[in-house]
Each structure stands twice: as C-alpha cells, then as structure tokens.
Design a protein around this ligand. Sequence first.
Ligand code: ATP
Ligand code: MG
Length: 336
Amino acid sequence: MQFIDQARVTVKAGRGGDGIVAFRREKYVPAGGPSGGDGGRGADVLLVADANLQTLLDFKYKRQFLAVDGRRGGPNRCTGASGNHLVIKVPCGTVVRDARTSILLGDLTDAGEELLVAFGGRGGLGNAHYLSNRNRAPEKFTEGREGEEWLLQLELKLLAEVGIIGLPNAGKSTLISVLSAARPKIADYPFTTLVPNLGVVRRPSGDGTVFADIPGLIAGAAQGAGLGHDFLRHIERTRLLIHLIDSSAEDVVADLNVVEGELTAYGHGLDQRPRLVVLNKIELLDPASLEELVEKVSQQVQARGGLPVLAVSAAASKNLPQLLAAVWQQLGIVQL
Ligand SMILES: Nc1ncnc2c1ncn2[C@@H]1O[C@H](COP(=O)(O)OP(=O)(O)OP(=O)(O)O)[C@@H](O)[C@H]1O
Ligand SMILES: [Mg+2]
C-alpha cells in the first residue's frame, strides 16, 4: 500500500565572490595596470536520486542546506575559486516542488538522476575589467551576487514493505507504535484499527523501511467478513508479513490457522509471501508454558515450511531487536 512521505527543506546556493581592486607591482614597471581578479562563482545545490534511500526520514532532522560561497578574486587577475556544488541525496521517486507555488520542479525517478535546484551567485568583476583609454587606473569592481534560495517541498510515494497481520486484539498497533514513531489508537477491544497505520522503522543502516499495521482479520475475511477484504488488498504489495498472535489466547494454534486460512483463501499469492509468525504478549505466560507453546506453534509452522517462530512482547519490549533482525534478514538488508 502507498502513502505519501513529505518534507520541506530550504536550499541556498553560495554567493559569488567579490571582484577586487589591485594593480600590478613589478620591478621596472612604474605604474602597473589594474590587475584585480574576478570573484569565483557560488556553489550550486543539486538533488540526486540515490537507490540506497527509501524514505525522506533524514529531512526530518536536517532541513537547511547551504552551499559554499565563491572566493574573492586575487591580484594578478586571479579568479577566485568556485565552491564545490552541494549534492543532496534523495530517494528514487522523489517529486520536487517549489513549496510556495507548488510548481513542479522535477521528478527524480532513476538512480543517479540530478536536478539543479539553486543556482550559485555569479562572481563579481575585478578592476582589471574596467581598464579603458580614459581610465588607466580604475578603482571600480563589482560584488558577487547572492546565490538562489528556495523552499522546496519533497514528496515520495512510499510502499509498505512489511505488513503486520493477525486477529483483532493481537497487539499489531502496539507493535508498530513501539517500533516506529507511528501513534495509532490502541485499545482492549477488537477492530480498534479501522484503516491501516503506517510507520517508518529505522534500519541498521539509518534509512527507513515502511511497516503497515493492518486492521484485524477474522475468519471469512477473504470473503469480505469483518474489515478483511479491503485490507488484505493493502498487503498485496508488501514483501514480508509479520503474523502476530496473542499467546495468551485460548487456542493459539487455532488462531494461527484462521489467519493462515484467510491468506490462502484470498489468493493473489498472499500465502506464498514470506512471513514471520510471532507470538506476542509472552510476559503473560509462565516460562514453562511459553516454551511448550513455542514448540507447538513451531511444529505447525515448520510443517508448512515456514520461518522460525519468534516470541516477543510489544508492550513490555521483549525480543524486539531479535524480531527486527529477522525482518532485515528476510528483506536482505545487511546488518552493520
Ligand atoms: N505484549 C503485550 N502484553 C500485554 N498486552 C498487550 C501486549 N501488546 C498489546 N497488548 C494489549 O492488547 C490490546 C490490543 O492491542 P492493539 O490495539 O495493539 O491490538 P490490534 O491487534 O491492533 O487490534 P485491532 O485489530 O483491534 O486493531 C491492547 O489493550 C494492548 O494494550
Ligand atoms: Mg490495531
């Protein structure tokens, strides 16, 4: 499923360096002519699409980008150095607009694509430019121009890569709230969640992966019972499912099978999607019965060729790093 990630950033290109006033000073040249050099150009600001980024998360922390100014001109007609362009990495698929007018400036689709968003200021002219027959010793020079400054609106359509599914009340919303900055409604009754919640979870590499918390599934969801059908559609494009189960429920294996059955009944390849079966609320069980339960569920899952079963507590923050490690492994994201 998709949602829009947005960020606003200010970009300012460098100011051009000033031209200077200088005269040649050489042995045996009594009145050397004007030799003040021009200022260098201010650096531009460029956006470049980078395949390693998935979200605009980083722009929540850094919103201002300043490119370096050009240097002043030097004597002997030396032009000042121009600054190195400032390159800002954005994820592929980022749409860039002028935030004030909403005018589209560009669409960075493919990795490596560039968009110049702020021009550096021109350097000023040194007095060497103003030599004329009437004025052999001009004192005139010009200042560098300011670099452009823009407020940009960045937008990115995000695709949820990980879907959290399970029966109502399994703790799906609680889980996304502890893993990400999402703050969905959490309550002790079924169908608390009516629309999917999305949260961005930080990867070991620093960038984010989008998780979606789907409303509870019930028996018959694939035929449209409960809120099911609509929401199964949302997880069609995820790469990995976390199937969350309340381990304090009366019949955990039956619960597992209900949701598994719905995935199969829905079709569209959902039952082939890699999924992590995760027991939640484990702090409500004593260690012996937990061990027994994990054993029992693992047998079921393994019989279907599933991945190893995990046991966590979203509310009491137990084994969440292990859960994330398994998610990154399944998504092929290397741990640092
Ligand atoms: N590890 C846990 N231990 C104990 N209680 C938990 C745990 N995780 C969640 N809960 C509780 O379970 C209840 C249901 O949680 P939550 O709303 O997150 O479930 P949900 O799966 O999103 O439900 P729904 O499908 O209705 O949206 C809440 O009262 C929550 O506090
Ligand atoms: Mg919920």
